[in-house]
Design a protein around this ligand. Structure first.
Ligand code: FE2
Ligand code: FE2
Length: 154
């Protein structure tokens, strides 16, 4: 089955999934290189503050209401957002936390891209699609260049 084409209004939010998958790759690369886990977690916390939180907020405030808060896929995605934030900011053993973040963030993004976003774009009205695009362009900060001291994966 060919992949479903993403509507233009959702492409900005979809593109951020690429950055999320890149974070998972950075965790794997850093771990394989023997980078201190606390350093990798510090980067994950910064990524959460600057990129994941605003991304989750747009999904929860603008996209998910299109399906409704009781839809099982929406409930699952919301629960995964909470769990990912807990894993990144919480007190779980850092080595275990990193391996769970890497695995669960990737699975979350695949679930949204393969399933949830397809439902949403099928159901969204033209007005809702416009609202998605407007919210994304006004709320999301473009990714700045990495600070050299943050780059642990090269
Ligand atoms: Fe999400
Ligand atoms: Fe997402």
């Amino acid at each position: 089955m060919p992949p479903v084409e993403r509507y233009p209004e959702l492409q900005g939010i979809s593109r951020e999934h690429h950055d999320g998958l890149l974070l998972c790759w950075k965790i794997r690369a850093g771990t394989a290189k023997g980078v201190a886990p606390t350093r990798i977690r510090r980067y994950c916390r910064k990524f959460l503050r600057e990129h994941l939180r605003p991304h989750f907020a747009i999904e929860e405030d603008v996209l998910f209401p299109i399906l409704g808060s009781h839809h099982p896929d929406v409930r699952r995605a919301m629960a995964e957002h909470r769990r990912l934030q807990r894993l990144i900011n919480g007190q779980t053993d850092v080595v275990i936390a990193l391996s769970l973040i890497e695995e669960e963030l990737e699975a979350h993004i695949r679930f949204e891209e393969r399933r949830l976003f397809n439902h949403i774009q099928e159901l969204a009205t033209p007005e809702q699609l416009v609202e998605i695009e407007r919210a994304h362009s006004s709320l999301t900060k473009p990714i700045k260049e990495e600070r050299p001291e943050d780059v642990f994966w090269e």
